[in-house]
Design a protein around this ligand. Structure first.
Ligand code: ZN
Length: 317
């Protein structure tokens, strides 16, 4: 049906005067107006926050990993967000106090393998690690299975490995914690760690502001990708890490996403979106947004490469 973007109330009045059955036209116009008014509410994008490499990744802040974790968790709780933290089990301290702090704060905990092994480097030792981490986490949470996050988002370099691993994880009662908003936070997190070690406050501040801008950009980008590929606003899943950058700056990132009409939901709720039930159509060695696994690209995403290059040029690798 052709669309008339220039259609205005004045047109409707003019049509009314000419046409018979002007009441019908007026009612149709009123209905159209109501539909248009309803659009902003449905433009909200559900967003789940997932935080990898718990207990901690990289340089510790002055208050240590425990203090940084407390600040990170407070940031989430103040905003009523239930995030999911993905644990690298070999990095847990004796008695797992940080993982327990996550649980005490009402957050969800998932498996991110025992030693953050890359599935591209071989399947059997990788599966052993996933199992080892599963039983360690079960002894802390009292629950089996749950969510699994692939290290580097590498899901298997061949179709045979990808499918065998998917079956093995399902056998452990795991669901894959897909990511849609993939981003270059890790580049900024490294630079932030270096600035912290050098006690360079000016650079830390610059990196923090660049981080907020980058994450907003990434979120907008993947919302656009969803609309282009699937014709609608899908639920999104953001990936960041348990690090000093987020202990200091995640709150600002979350507030800027709220201002951009993202609304926070748990991972459980986000993964109910039918986009996550689509078959995995990607086979290869890359770590990708689920939007690119469900609807693969013929070329790497130019946005992703440009954003990464710009950050590396500005803050180093
Ligand atoms: Zn990781």
């Amino acid at each position: 049906m052709p669309v008339r973007p220039e259609y205005t109330p004045a047109d409707a009045v003019a049509t009314d005067r000419r046409a018979a059955g002007s009441m019908v036209a007026a009612i149709a116009f009123a209905t159209l107006t109501l539909i248009l008014l309803a659009v902003p509410a449905s433009a909200q994008t559900p967003l789940a926050i997932t935080i990898d490499d718990v207990p901690w990744n990289g340089v510790e802040p002055l208050d240590g990993a425990a203090g940084g974790t407390d600040r990170l968790l407070a940031t989430l709780m103040e905003r009523g967000i239930q995030a999911t933290g993905f644990v690298v089990c070999n990095r847990m301290e004796d008695g797992a106090p940080i993982v327990r702090a996550w649980l005490a704060a009402g957050m969800e905990i998932g498996n991110h393998s025992a030693a953050h092994r890359d599935l591209n480097s071989g399947m059997q030792p990788w599966l052993d690690e996933a199992r080892r981490c599963e039983s360690q986490l079960a002894s802390i949470t009292g629950k089996r299975g749950g969510f699994f996050r692939f290290p580097y988002l590498h899901q298997g370099p061949t179709a045979a490995i990808r499918d065998e691993v998917a079956d093995a994880l399902a056998g452990m009662s795991y669901r894959t914690a897909h990511v849609t908003i993939d981003n270059s936070e890790w580049i900024l997190a490294r630079a932030y760690g270096r600035a912290l070690q050098a006690a360079d406050e000016r650079t830390s501040e610059e990196i923090g502001s660049a981080y907020v801008a980058h994450m907003l950009d990434a979120a907008r980008h993947f919302r656009r990708v969803a609309r282009e590929k699937f014709g609608r606003n899908v639920a999104q899943v953001l990936l960041v890490h348990a690090n000093a950058l987020n202990a200091d700056w995640l709150g600002e990132v979350l507030d800027s996403l709220t201002a951009e009409d993202f609304t926070f939901v748990s991972l459980e709720v986000a993964l109910r979106d039918p986009v996550f039930l689509l078959p995995d159509a990607y086979v290869g060695r890359r770590g990708l947004s689920w939007l690119y696994r469900a609807a693969p690209l013929s070329q790497p995403d130019p946005w992703d490469e440009a954003a990464e290059d710009a950050l590396v040029r500005r803050f180093g690798e």
